[in-house]
Design a protein around this ligand. Structure first.
Ligand code: FES
Length: 125
């Protein structure tokens, strides 16, 4: 009996599709309903997805992973957003802020200080 992990075609396909292995950042966006209304959270999420696609951060070459979540345990002043590897916590990430966030933080590498309420980069393993 072999100790080799069993290859699974479905997992291999989805791993390739979302660019695992090429991910440079991961954005978690809370869609409420405690930190913001679900409508506002959904609107921010849709804009984030579209903007990442527009600027090429969803491509195979330079991936920014995105995940919609139900709560980041802040529960006020949302939509709440968390960005790794920097560990930046953003408040009030309403739709009108998404374009600037993508341009300045994700593309230019300059987090937007006035919207950040906490920082916690993860320590190296
Ligand atoms: S509901 Fe958004 S952080 Fe808890």
């Amino acid at each position: 009996m072999s100790d080799e992990p069993k290859k699974d075609e479905q997992l291999e396909a989805v791993t390739k599709k979302i660019g695992i292995g090429k991910i440079r950042r991961h954005v978690f966006l809370c869609l409420g309903p405690k930190c913001c209304t679900s409508e506002v959270g959904e609107a921010s999420w849709e804009l984030l997805k579209q903007k990442l696609k527009d600027v090429g951060l969803s491509s195979d070459a330079d991936v920014c992973q995105r995940t919609r979540v139900g709560c980041l345990r802040i529960c006020c002043h949302g939509p709440t957003m968390l960005v790794y590897p920097e560990g930046t916590w953003y408040r009030d990430m309403t739709p009108d802020r998404i374009e600037r966030f993508v341009e300045e933080h994700l593309l230019a590498g300059k987090p937007i200080d006035e919207w950040i309420f906490a920082r916690n980069p993860l320590p190296p393993l």
